[in-house]
Design a protein around this ligand. Structure first.
Ligand SMILES: [Fe+2]
Ligand SMILES: [Fe+2]
Length: 263
Protein backbone atom coordinates (compact mmCIF):
# COMPACT_ATOMS: atom_id res chain seq x y z
CA UNK A 1 0.00 0.00 0.00
CA UNK A 2 1.26 3.52 -0.77
CA UNK A 3 1.99 5.74 2.23
CA UNK A 4 -0.14 8.54 0.79
CA UNK A 5 -3.14 6.21 0.36
CA UNK A 6 -2.80 5.06 3.96
CA UNK A 7 -2.63 8.72 5.11
CA UNK A 8 -5.65 9.64 2.96
CA UNK A 9 -7.65 6.78 4.44
CA UNK A 10 -6.81 7.79 8.02
CA UNK A 11 -7.68 11.42 7.37
CA UNK A 12 -10.97 10.80 5.55
CA UNK A 13 -12.19 7.71 7.45
CA UNK A 14 -15.75 8.00 8.70
CA UNK A 15 -15.63 5.05 11.11
CA UNK A 16 -13.50 4.49 14.19
CA UNK A 17 -12.50 1.06 12.79
CA UNK A 18 -10.90 2.74 9.76
CA UNK A 19 -9.09 5.28 11.94
CA UNK A 20 -7.58 2.31 13.81
CA UNK A 21 -6.87 0.09 10.78
CA UNK A 22 -3.22 -0.72 9.90
CA UNK A 23 -2.20 -0.50 6.22
CA UNK A 24 -2.78 -3.56 4.03
CA UNK A 25 0.30 -5.75 4.28
CA UNK A 26 1.47 -4.00 7.47
CA UNK A 27 3.30 -0.77 8.30
CA UNK A 28 6.70 -2.10 7.12
CA UNK A 29 5.36 -2.82 3.61
CA UNK A 30 4.23 0.78 2.91
CA UNK A 31 5.83 2.27 -0.20
CA UNK A 32 6.69 5.93 -0.69
CA UNK A 33 8.00 6.32 -4.27
CA UNK A 34 5.16 8.63 -5.17
CA UNK A 35 4.41 10.98 -2.25
CA UNK A 36 2.24 13.36 -4.36
CA UNK A 37 1.70 17.14 -4.21
CA UNK A 38 1.64 19.02 -0.87
CA UNK A 39 -1.87 19.10 0.55
CA UNK A 40 -3.43 22.05 2.41
CA UNK A 41 -5.25 21.34 5.66
CA UNK A 42 -8.91 20.41 5.50
CA UNK A 43 -11.12 19.06 8.26
CA UNK A 44 -10.84 15.26 8.61
CA UNK A 45 -13.67 12.80 8.05
CA UNK A 46 -15.40 11.67 11.21
CA UNK A 47 -18.10 9.24 12.31
CA UNK A 48 -21.25 11.26 13.14
CA UNK A 49 -20.81 10.74 16.90
CA UNK A 50 -17.31 12.24 16.75
CA UNK A 51 -18.13 15.42 14.81
CA UNK A 52 -16.66 18.54 16.43
CA UNK A 53 -19.17 19.90 18.94
CA UNK A 54 -20.02 23.57 19.49
CA UNK A 55 -18.41 25.01 22.62
CA UNK A 56 -21.64 25.20 24.61
CA UNK A 57 -22.03 21.41 24.45
CA UNK A 58 -18.71 20.63 26.06
CA UNK A 59 -18.43 18.96 29.47
CA UNK A 60 -16.42 19.80 32.54
CA UNK A 61 -13.23 17.83 33.09
CA UNK A 62 -13.58 15.85 36.36
CA UNK A 63 -11.84 16.64 39.60
CA UNK A 64 -9.14 13.96 40.26
CA UNK A 65 -10.81 12.99 43.57
CA UNK A 66 -13.85 11.80 41.60
CA UNK A 67 -12.06 9.50 39.13
CA UNK A 68 -13.24 6.36 40.96
CA UNK A 69 -16.75 7.08 39.62
CA UNK A 70 -17.01 5.37 36.19
CA UNK A 71 -18.83 8.37 34.72
CA UNK A 72 -16.01 10.71 35.75
CA UNK A 73 -13.29 8.28 34.60
CA UNK A 74 -15.07 8.11 31.22
CA UNK A 75 -15.00 11.91 30.97
CA UNK A 76 -11.23 11.96 31.48
CA UNK A 77 -10.64 8.98 29.15
CA UNK A 78 -12.87 10.54 26.49
CA UNK A 79 -10.75 13.69 26.55
CA UNK A 80 -7.53 11.64 26.26
CA UNK A 81 -8.96 9.47 23.45
CA UNK A 82 -9.88 12.60 21.52
CA UNK A 83 -6.25 13.78 21.77
CA UNK A 84 -5.11 10.45 20.29
CA UNK A 85 -7.61 10.70 17.45
CA UNK A 86 -6.50 14.26 16.62
CA UNK A 87 -2.85 13.12 16.78
CA UNK A 88 -3.53 10.34 14.22
CA UNK A 89 -5.24 12.84 11.92
CA UNK A 90 -2.55 15.52 12.24
CA UNK A 91 0.14 12.89 11.61
CA UNK A 92 -1.68 11.51 8.57
CA UNK A 93 -2.00 15.06 7.28
CA UNK A 94 1.74 15.71 7.86
CA UNK A 95 2.46 12.85 5.41
CA UNK A 96 0.22 14.57 2.84
CA UNK A 97 1.38 18.12 3.61
CA UNK A 98 5.16 17.49 3.45
CA UNK A 99 5.79 15.07 0.56
CA UNK A 100 9.33 16.42 0.22
CA UNK A 101 10.33 15.74 3.83
CA UNK A 102 13.24 13.24 4.11
CA UNK A 103 12.45 9.52 4.13
CA UNK A 104 13.50 9.33 7.81
CA UNK A 105 10.86 11.94 8.75
CA UNK A 106 8.12 10.11 6.82
CA UNK A 107 9.08 6.66 8.12
CA UNK A 108 9.25 8.03 11.67
CA UNK A 109 5.77 9.50 11.25
CA UNK A 110 4.40 6.07 10.32
CA UNK A 111 5.81 4.65 13.58
CA UNK A 112 4.16 7.46 15.55
CA UNK A 113 0.83 6.79 13.83
CA UNK A 114 1.02 3.08 14.74
CA UNK A 115 1.56 4.05 18.40
CA UNK A 116 -1.28 6.59 18.40
CA UNK A 117 -3.65 4.02 16.90
CA UNK A 118 -2.68 1.65 19.72
CA UNK A 119 -3.28 4.41 22.32
CA UNK A 120 -6.67 5.31 20.88
CA UNK A 121 -7.71 1.65 20.99
CA UNK A 122 -6.53 1.28 24.61
CA UNK A 123 -8.63 4.29 25.66
CA UNK A 124 -11.69 3.34 23.56
CA UNK A 125 -11.62 -0.20 24.99
CA UNK A 126 -11.28 1.11 28.55
CA UNK A 127 -14.22 3.49 27.98
CA UNK A 128 -16.25 0.48 26.79
CA UNK A 129 -15.25 -1.53 29.89
CA UNK A 130 -16.61 1.33 31.99
CA UNK A 131 -19.96 1.07 30.24
CA UNK A 132 -19.75 3.92 27.72
CA UNK A 133 -18.53 4.43 24.16
CA UNK A 134 -15.98 6.79 22.60
CA UNK A 135 -18.29 9.31 20.91
CA UNK A 136 -20.85 9.45 23.74
CA UNK A 137 -19.49 12.85 24.83
CA UNK A 138 -18.82 15.92 22.66
CA UNK A 139 -15.29 16.37 21.25
CA UNK A 140 -13.27 19.53 20.51
CA UNK A 141 -10.79 20.38 17.74
CA UNK A 142 -8.07 21.72 20.03
CA UNK A 143 -5.05 20.30 18.10
CA UNK A 144 -6.42 20.93 14.64
CA UNK A 145 -6.94 24.62 15.09
CA UNK A 146 -3.26 25.35 14.62
CA UNK A 147 -2.92 23.04 11.56
CA UNK A 148 -3.29 25.73 8.85
CA UNK A 149 -0.33 27.64 10.39
CA UNK A 150 2.01 24.60 10.27
CA UNK A 151 3.73 25.45 6.99
CA UNK A 152 6.88 23.32 7.48
CA UNK A 153 7.87 20.01 9.14
CA UNK A 154 9.77 22.06 11.76
CA UNK A 155 6.63 24.04 12.69
CA UNK A 156 4.70 20.78 12.75
CA UNK A 157 7.07 19.05 15.21
CA UNK A 158 7.20 22.22 17.37
CA UNK A 159 3.39 22.12 17.71
CA UNK A 160 2.67 18.39 17.86
CA UNK A 161 5.72 16.64 19.35
CA UNK A 162 7.22 19.53 21.26
CA UNK A 163 4.09 21.25 22.59
CA UNK A 164 1.11 18.86 22.83
CA UNK A 165 3.15 15.71 23.38
CA UNK A 166 5.80 17.38 25.53
CA UNK A 167 2.98 18.55 27.82
CA UNK A 168 1.92 14.93 28.17
CA UNK A 169 5.31 14.11 29.76
CA UNK A 170 3.91 15.94 32.80
CA UNK A 171 0.18 15.22 32.41
CA UNK A 172 0.36 11.43 31.83
CA UNK A 173 2.34 10.62 35.04
CA UNK A 174 0.07 13.00 36.98
CA UNK A 175 -3.09 11.21 35.84
CA UNK A 176 -1.45 7.80 36.25
CA UNK A 177 -0.89 8.71 39.91
CA UNK A 178 -4.44 10.03 40.32
CA UNK A 179 -6.04 6.87 38.84
CA UNK A 180 -3.77 4.71 41.00
CA UNK A 181 -4.77 6.76 44.07
CA UNK A 182 -8.48 6.07 43.51
CA UNK A 183 -7.80 2.36 42.86
CA UNK A 184 -8.25 2.23 39.06
CA UNK A 185 -5.06 0.33 38.28
CA UNK A 186 -6.16 -0.65 34.76
CA UNK A 187 -6.39 2.97 33.64
CA UNK A 188 -3.17 3.79 35.51
CA UNK A 189 -1.36 1.07 33.52
CA UNK A 190 -2.62 2.50 30.23
CA UNK A 191 -1.28 5.93 31.18
CA UNK A 192 2.04 4.39 32.18
CA UNK A 193 2.43 2.75 28.74
CA UNK A 194 1.41 5.91 26.92
CA UNK A 195 3.93 7.95 28.92
CA UNK A 196 6.77 5.63 27.80
CA UNK A 197 5.70 5.93 24.14
CA UNK A 198 5.34 9.69 24.47
CA UNK A 199 9.03 9.96 25.40
CA UNK A 200 9.82 8.51 21.94
CA UNK A 201 7.35 10.85 20.25
CA UNK A 202 8.90 13.90 21.91
CA UNK A 203 12.25 12.36 20.96
CA UNK A 204 11.22 12.35 17.28
CA UNK A 205 10.54 16.10 17.54
CA UNK A 206 13.74 16.70 19.54
CA UNK A 207 15.82 14.99 16.87
CA UNK A 208 14.19 17.03 14.07
CA UNK A 209 14.68 20.24 16.08
CA UNK A 210 18.37 19.36 16.62
CA UNK A 211 18.88 18.83 12.88
CA UNK A 212 17.34 22.24 12.24
CA UNK A 213 19.23 24.18 14.91
CA UNK A 214 22.25 25.97 13.41
CA UNK A 215 25.57 25.35 15.18
CA UNK A 216 26.03 27.64 18.18
CA UNK A 217 22.33 28.53 18.45
CA UNK A 218 19.89 27.58 21.20
CA UNK A 219 17.45 24.81 20.28
CA UNK A 220 14.96 26.35 22.71
CA UNK A 221 15.09 29.63 20.79
CA UNK A 222 14.55 27.86 17.46
CA UNK A 223 11.58 26.08 19.09
CA UNK A 224 10.09 29.40 20.29
CA UNK A 225 10.60 30.99 16.86
CA UNK A 226 8.70 28.15 15.18
CA UNK A 227 5.67 28.13 17.47
CA UNK A 228 2.55 29.31 15.67
CA UNK A 229 -1.06 30.12 16.43
CA UNK A 230 -1.70 30.27 20.19
CA UNK A 231 1.01 27.79 21.11
CA UNK A 232 3.63 28.91 23.57
CA UNK A 233 6.15 27.06 25.79
CA UNK A 234 3.81 27.27 28.81
CA UNK A 235 1.39 24.97 26.96
CA UNK A 236 4.13 22.36 26.63
CA UNK A 237 4.32 21.60 30.34
CA UNK A 238 2.17 20.75 33.33
CA UNK A 239 2.35 21.92 36.93
CA UNK A 240 4.48 18.85 37.85
CA UNK A 241 7.47 19.58 35.63
CA UNK A 242 9.37 16.39 34.73
CA UNK A 243 12.92 17.28 33.59
CA UNK A 244 14.10 13.65 33.52
CA UNK A 245 11.48 12.62 30.93
CA UNK A 246 12.64 15.51 28.75
CA UNK A 247 16.27 14.41 29.03
CA UNK A 248 15.24 10.86 28.11
CA UNK A 249 13.55 12.32 25.01
CA UNK A 250 16.88 13.86 24.01
CA UNK A 251 16.08 17.50 24.77
CA UNK A 252 19.25 19.36 25.80
CA UNK A 253 19.86 21.13 29.13
CA UNK A 254 19.33 24.58 27.64
CA UNK A 255 15.93 23.47 26.32
CA UNK A 256 14.95 21.88 29.65
CA UNK A 257 15.98 25.06 31.48
CA UNK A 258 13.91 27.18 29.07
CA UNK A 259 10.89 24.96 29.67
CA UNK A 260 11.34 25.10 33.43
CA UNK A 261 11.11 28.92 33.26
CA UNK A 262 8.00 28.85 31.05
CA UNK A 263 4.86 29.61 33.02
FE1 LIG B 1 -0.64 8.95 22.05
FE1 LIG C 1 2.13 10.62 21.10
Amino acid sequence: MRLRDFAERLLHATTLEQKLMPPEGGYAALTDHDPGEPRAWSAPGRPPELEIAPRRHRFKFPHPDNLAEPEMAVRALHTFANHELMAIELMAWALLAYPEAPASFRAGMVRLIADEQCHLKLYADRIAELGARFGDLPVNDHFWRCAPSLTSPLKWVCAMNLTFEQGNLDHAPYFEEQFRRVGDLKTAQILEKIFEDEIHHVGFGASWLRQNTPQGQSSFEIYCQNLTFHNEPARARGANFNPEARRRAGLDEDFVAGMRRAT
